[in-house]
Design a protein around this ligand. Sequence first.
Ligand code: HEM
Length: 211
Amino acid sequence: MNKETRLNWVFKPLVHAAALGPLVWLIWLGLGGQFGPNPAEFINRYTGDWAIRFLLIALAVTPLRGITGLALVMRFRRLLGLYAFFYVLLHVSSYVALDQYFAWGAIWQDIVKRTYITVGMLAMVILTALAVTSPKAMVKKMGGRNWQRLHKLVYVAAIAAPVHFFMMRKGFQIEPLVYGGIAGLLLAYRAGVWIRAKARTRAARADAQTA
Ligand code: HEM
């Protein structure tokens, strides 16, 4: 067994266990009848919270590698992104089944009329496209450049998710602002890397012209 396979064997189960922990806890609370007076709202909010957390955790992987130099973390980026999608699916399913009782007409009205649902839906559509195109075979099929271009949409989802949260809570509340702040820092890091890379290419081009 080579080093790479060994590391996967050790860390992958740990990532799965940590990522499934919130779901196990939710089931545990349900079995104990601890969802409070409004179980549908409890489940919707709980899964929404974990969806946004995993989205931000997945987005933090590249900056973490950049800052610490720890290349190992990059192997779990895709998995963490898929867990963000998994919790979003649970979140939206709870809304569709427990909140709206599959009333598709009412759901459509919500999507068009309630801006925070429209914004949530935008993030959901993006994460779905990213999850569907995440297998290695899809990267090959689409071509690396197109795949990368599509996956840049994660930044739009990273903005839409805290906006959805902020609008849903109404008024000034600290929690959505904290998530928004973290998303802002992660995006600022990416922007910094992009600007530096552009400046380097420009300088290299200028050097080549003067040489
Ligand atoms: C990436 C996509 C999404 C993320 C990350 C997300 C996340 C969240 C978060 C963090 C909350 C607040 C939870 C709390 O108060 O603690 C929330 C609330 C809510 N979300 Fe989403 N959401 C997403 C997409 C959607 C979509 C597509 C829908 C519906 C079609 C939706 C419906 C709702 C509803 C109805 C609430 C409010 C629940 C209530 O009033 O108690 N979300 N969401």
